[in-house]
Design a protein around this ligand. Sequence first.
Ligand code: ADP
Ligand code: MG
Length: 585
Amino acid sequence: MIRLLDANVINQIAAGEVIERPFSAIKELVENSIDAGATRISVRVRNGGQTLIIVEDNGHGMDSMDLEICVERHSTSKLPQNDLFNIKTMGFRGEALASIGSIARMTISSKTQGSDSAWSVKVEGGVKSELSPCSGTTGTRIEIRDLFFATPARLKFLKSPSSEMSAIVDVMNKLAIAHPHITFILKDDTRTFLEHIATDSLKERLRSVLGEDFINNCAFVEFQNEGIAIKGYVSLPTFNRGNRMQQFFFVNNRCIQDQLLLTAIRVAYQDLMSSDRYPILALFMDISPEEIDVNVHPTKSQIRFQDPQEIKSYVISTVKKGLGVSSYKTSSTISDQMMNRFSSPSSQGSYTSSSYTPSSSGFKFDSSPSKTTLPFEVPSGPAQSYMPSIDETYPLGHAKAQIHENYIVAQTDQGMIIVDQHAAHERLVYEKMKSDFYAGTVARQTLLMPEIVDLSHDEIDTLMSVVETLKKFGVLIEKFGTSGVIIREIPVIMGNVTFKDIVLSIIENLKENEDSQILEMKINEILSSKSCHGSVRSGRILTLPEMNTLLREMEATPFSGQCNHGRPTYVDLKLKDIERLFGRS
Ligand code: ADP
Ligand code: MG
């Protein structure tokens, strides 16, 4: 026999989708407070939210009539025109309060600005009580006890109170990033988990949520055209994490999860960071409401884009551009870490002045005549013609010395920097190859003795599938008989190398079947790293003009602050750091 389900069962079914765990109840309640125009939202929980959740706000509140109806299913004040494609509020489905009321013991008290009294209503396992007057200030207070008591099967899916708590912190942080002008507070009986004080500035809010280090190591990104506006802060490639927990995307101020956007970020950072590291970011996209559908999932954490590929490419180019502006910047945490590794002689105890030898033989000072000076093989560019001038100030300063045949020490306006010459050069070659690749201007040289590499059938096929890409990189490869390939031309920049290893690592990477853009970057990475083995690298002594040329090239080259794996190519020590080192400040 088919029958209509009764209202409470319907609500419990909806609750199964909307209220998955305590954090989801908190998300719904806090979103309601935001929609009510609150400027202060405080949340108290006990036992990871399982036994008690209290959300209090100073929003516009509800009068007794609204209070009566708000706990009914499909009751909402947020779709006055019934227009599902022009949603400007966080909520619109009208099912959160009804759902929570069906599975928990919920008390709502609320007062509007003009009214004499506050009113309260109770719902327990779907059973609603009479309204009663109570005391309270303008705003709403919702108390939820014993979440899921009416649907005990759900309790089995709850995690430990501490992991429920971290999910709650996470969801509140996301809402806090999207609403800097609201104060957010989260406490349990013993401690305050977060307290974000209202501010006008997104950057201040990010400082509060993501920390000071992020603020010191991020780049501002921005883009706008008729259809879309993008802005936000993304971490420099040298400031990264082992997971994606701190990548926040907001579309029309709603935090969403989206595979496409994650991929876009991966592509944007692809050649700046190794593939197991992730940047930290908060990225806001404003898209005309008609271009997206937010009604895809009950928790509203996913949306549908009308033109996903277009959004993806805007995000990639915006982030890359933003990072390019801070091209030679590296993370300040690196110099901080470095500072921490230095320990002062007194604290080390065993280090005495007699053991100190001032004749540091690795140094090559300004005044000393240069030794071997092979022609410096940095790619040609405007900086090639650099003539040192005392008056000019450069971000990466003036080279003073080279130590241990790989580290360039330069004096800057505010301190000094140490460049890892090998890593920096590798990066310059990489960027040069990349721009030549896209411009179709990679200079090639014909090998007098073409190199033959023996390969299996499969390997030959795999390699030949990228023969055109390789050609654009300056590598001319042809099949050779049935069991090999012959390399006829290579990029000029590569100098003297053997190609066997290169061919094998390209094939290895092809097997992983990445998308073509990522593959191009991988091929470039392999070629650049090999070309560096034949040129400027550890063990090469440079003259001062050569060192300065390298510094100017780095300033002129996008993304030169990190090597192809996201490690820094230089560290920056400010004078105040150096003074700190000597206990002067
Ligand atoms: P929705 O948010 O989708 O409208 P809810 O079930 O979450 O559905 O809430 C139902 C209605 O109750 C809301 O539309 C709103 O009018 C009212 N409401 C809920 N919470 C608050 C609050 N904190 N302050 C003022 N009104 C609220
Ligand atoms: Mg709601």
